[in-house]
Design a protein around this ligand. Structure first.
Ligand SMILES: NC(=O)c1ccc[n+]([C@@H]2O[C@H](COP(=O)([O-])OP(=O)(O)OC[C@H]3O[C@@H](n4cnc5c(N)ncnc54)[C@H](OP(=O)(O)O)[C@@H]3O)[C@@H](O)[C@H]2O)c1
Length: 323
């Protein structure tokens, strides 16, 4: 099969032929239609976090995909060849024509989504779901501050929190205000012009941090006592959390077919929507990585475009078309 591989840490992506995976009795072989690009692909490939995020080289990146079941192991009953599915997976492998996966992480593709749209969903939406509800214990009637609301994860967090009956405040570039209002934010704070802790009058029950650094530090100041700070970006200081009488946790996505199935139903009924920024052919993965690296200083040896004036850009994920 054709696949994109990384041969060494920090190296170039190579597009060529590799053996098609074989499946165990409890696995499914999926013929991949589309995959999507995540920061995690680049971070793992750079080797900078190899102690906590090791990969086996040569490595096929790709932590989410949509596709069609090609073959099932003898112990698999929940799916049959021909089923359209989508999923996130922890080890990568989806920048390829075929992938062997366990059924527990996959769900049926929402019928109203194209394969490209479906591939953009699993990582960002499940990160948002688990950040809000599993770690943030967000309830109807509460208020949440989402730091980085216009990004891929943030947009799902805004939609899911709003659908769950919470009041949603988000930080983003000013250009994104109308977009965020349209998907459920009741207030948007332009992070380039104001510091959220200075303009918020009332404290919030939950902060979902998708930015990190100083932004995370400042979020302790806006949490109610007993509130929850959930970060998807970096560890939370337990000393600071105790000092402010809040809980603080850095989450890591645990892909779940059950959660993704529930998200799939919300997508199918039109309660939430996906966003695809750009689609590239699989063999152009290196260009897609350059686009993403522009937002990630120092990763994979690429120079960031750097801060500066807010620029108009499409929302959502970069997707790779495989078949
Ligand atoms: N822990 C996990 O399991 C997990 C899973 C998925 C993602 N993540 C992490 O979560 C983070 C977000 O991922 P993503 O895919 O949503 O990223 P993304 O699509 O690149 O979005 C990042 C967003 O943050 C905005 N932003 C940048 N600086 C900001 C600031 N100081 N205040 C408010 N907004 C700011 C950007 O807006 P502008 O472009 O307008 O500046 C952009 O809209 C990344 O660090 C990613 O690695 C973690």
């Amino acid at each position: 099969m054709k696949a994109v591989r990384l041969l060494e840490y920090g190296g170039q992506l190579v597009f060529n032929d590799v053996p098609t995976p074989t499946i165990a009795r409890d696995e499914i072989l999926v013929k991949i239609k589309s995959t999507a690009v995540n920061h995690l692909d680049l971070v793992k490939a750079s080797g900078t976090a190899r102690q906590i995020l090791p990969i086996d080289l040569p490595w096929i990146p790709g932590h989410e995909f949509s596709g069609v079941v090609e073959q099932i192991g003898s112990d698999v009953a929940a799916y049959a060849p021909g089923d359209a599915v989508f999923a996130a997976n922890e080890t990568g492998g989806a920048y390829a024509e075929y992938l062997a996966v366990k059924p527990a992480a996959i769900a049926r593709k929402p019928s109203n989504l194209s394969f490209e749209e479906a591939a953009s969903v699993p990582v960002a939406s499940q990160t948002a779901w688990q950040g809000l509800f599993t770690h943030g214990h967000l309830k109807k009637g509460q208020t949440i501050l989402i730091l980085g609301g216009a990004g891929a994860v943030g947009a799902y967090a805004v939609q899911l929190a709003s659908h769950g009956g919470a009041t949603v405040i988000a930080t983003a570039s000013g250009d994104d205000e109308a977009y965020l209002n349209s998907i459920g934010a009741s207030r948007v704070i332009d992070y380039r012009k104001a510091q959220f802790e200075k303009v918020l009058r009332e404290k919030v029950d939950v902060v979902f941090d998708l930015v990190g650094g100083d932004t995370q530090k400042r979020s302790f100041l806006v949490l109610k006592e007993g509130g929850h700070l959930v970060s998807a970006t970096q560890p939370v200081s337990q000393d600071e959390a105790a000092m402010h009488r809040v809980s603080g946790v850095m989450m890591r996505l645990a892909p779940s077919g059950d959660v993704l199935g529930r998200i799939g139903r919300l997508l199918e009924e039109g309660t939430i929507r996906p966003d695809v920024a750009t689609a590239y052919a699989l063999q152009d993965a290196a260009q897609a990585w350059k686009d993403i690296a522009a937002k990630l200083p120092g990763v994979h040896g690429m120079s960031p475009s750097g801060p500066g004036a807010a620029r108009r850009k499409p929302h959502g994920k970069i997707v790779l078309r495989v078949a």
